[in-house]
Design a protein around this ligand. Structure first.
Ligand code: IMP
Ligand code: MG
Length: 173
């Protein structure tokens, strides 16, 4: 039987919230240049939409990380599969994530990037699932806090599928 999708956050609500986040980030950084690092793949849609609402000068970088996960569980082992193309020393860095779930990925990436001595290092995450946290960590800019449900769409996948959905959906098996 194929899984059913239920809309959790419709595209219109996502768009409004992402615009708010972009405005807040623009206000916080002012004229300062931001190095925006998108964590592939899940953040690509959020990053693209968020950027359109950021008025500060920005440069873009991408990283890719994967946790050794099978389906919907995370083992806690993180591997960086694509690293930055340039140094971030002395820069104001904003890491853009799809979701903070256990927090293990973000924790790993933040420790890695902090070693490179950026001037500042903050996180924007489209989603936050605080009830799943295995390590104490939070993001400065959060789109939506959600319950412990596995979600897909707006960049997020289940076994690499559903990233193209405009709405954030819950996968009901
Ligand atoms: P972490 O557990 O905070 O390390 O999150 C690791 C990664 O798991 C995230 O960046 C997502 O790619 C993925 N992930 C966690 N929860 C969900 C979900 O509900 N749907 C889709 N992907 C998820
Ligand atoms: Mg994923």
């Amino acid at each position: 039987m194929s899984p059913r999708l239920e809309v959790l956050i419709p595209a219109t609500r996502i768009a409004a919230r992402v615009a708010e986040l972009g405005a807040t980030i623009s206000r916080d950084y002012g004229d300062g240049e931001i190095v925006i690092i998108g964590v592939l793949k899940g953040s690509f849609m959020f990053m693209a939409d968020l950027l359109r609402h950021i008025t500060c000068p920005v440069t873009l970088e991408f990283m890719a990380a994967r946790s050794y996960d099978a389906g919907t569980t995370t083992s806690g082992q993180i591997e960086v599969t694509k690293d930055l193309g340039r140094p971030i020393e002395g820069k104001d860095v904003l890491l853009v994530e799809d979701i903070i779930d256990t927090g293990l990925t973000l924790n790993y990436l933040k420790l890695l990037l902090a070693q490179r001595q950026p001037r500042s290092l903050k996180t924007a995450a489209f989603l936050d699932k605080p009830s799943r946290r295995r390590i104490q960590i939070s993001g400065e800019y959060i789109g939506f806090e959600i319950e412990d449900k596995f979600v897909v769409g707006y960049g997020l996948d289940f076994e690499q599928k559903y990233r193209n959905l405009k709405d954030l959906c819950v996968l009901v098996s």
